[in-house]
Write a protein that binds this ligand. Structure first.
Ligand code: CA
Ligand code: CA
Ligand code: CA
Length: 267
């Protein structure tokens, strides 16, 4: 029963009862929990590694391949220097080398490109040639030999020419006679010599060496020779061969001076 307080206002007991219906619940949205902790700081390098892991793997692989190739190159050069390089080509002068010091000497032309020293280059029967000199020149056979080997064409060094047949002899002679520096009586060094065995003439043939074409006073069977009448005569000490302006050959001192020499390239 309600009583009145002294001020005449209703007491708590007089308030209406609470509404028994449940309070409707909001649904479908839950606000994110508020956090005041700062977001975790990722190490920059760690993040980079995670994001670029595939790129890094690829870069490592490419680096590995490059390193392997460089090592094999170094080993190849070392092998060539030691004479343990790849086998020679069919003519003994293959690009892979072999033959130690000789191979190293051969290989240099593959790196230095052409070295022709201004003289024209002529193609004949699959090889190339230079006719070097002039009426003013004074060149010993040894100087000519070293000069020829210092030249490069088509990735191979030159050498004092090997004259395989009458046609090649005629080709070389024609080029010497047509040379602007040619004068009557000039001659040119070719690659023939009998320095190893007196009376046994062989061609330098670049680094093949040792292909004998003349011995015991006559040409080897099947080989070409074009010595002049009465030659070779070993008149004093004559171990190197020149081509006269007639196209015929003469053995003469390797340290006499001539006006021309013939350079051949196996390319
Ligand atoms: Ca030749
Ligand atoms: Ca001789
Ligand atoms: Ca002679």
């Amino acid at each position: 029963m309600a009583t009145k307080n002294p001020l005449g206002t209703a007491l708590i007991d007089d308030l209406p009862p609470e509404d028994p219906r449940p309070i409707p619940q909001q649904s479908g949205y839950a606000p994110p929990p508020v956090s005041y902790a700062p977001p975790p700081r990722r190490n920059f390098i760690q993040a980079f590694l995670q994001q670029h892991v595939i790129v890094l793997y690829l870069m490592s692989f490419v680096g590995f391949v490059i390193a392997c190739s460089a090592m094999s190159k170094v080993n190849g050069i070392a092998a060539n220097r030691n004479g343990n390089g790849p086998p020679k080509g069919p003519d003994g002068r293959g690009k892979g080398g072999g033959g130690g010091k000789q191979s190293h000497w051969l290989d240099r032309c593959q790196y230095m490109g052409e070295a022709l020293y201004g003289d024209p280059v002529y193609e004949y029967n699959g090889h190339h040639y230079q006719i070097v000199g002039g009426n003013w020149a004074q060149i010993t056979w040894r100087q000519a030999e070293m000069d020829a080997w210092g030249r490069c064409f088509g990735g191979v060094p030159g050498y004092l020419a090997t004259v395989d047949d009458a046609a090649e002899n005629a080709f070389l002679l024609g080029k010497m006679l047509a040379h602007q520096g040619f004068a009557s009586g000039n001659a040119g060094w070719i690659g023939a010599n009998d320095m190893t065995n007196e009376g046994t003439f062989e061609w330098l043939d670049g680094f093949k060496g040792g292909s004998v074409f003349y011995r015991d006073g006559q040409p080897v069977a099947g080989a070409y020779s074009n010595f002049a009448e009465g030659e070779p005569d070993e008149n004093g000490e004559e171990d190197c061969v020149e081509m006269y302006a007639t196209g015929q050959w003469n053995d003469d001192s390797c340290y006499k001076r001539r006006q021309f020499f013939f350079v051949e390239y196996d390319a």
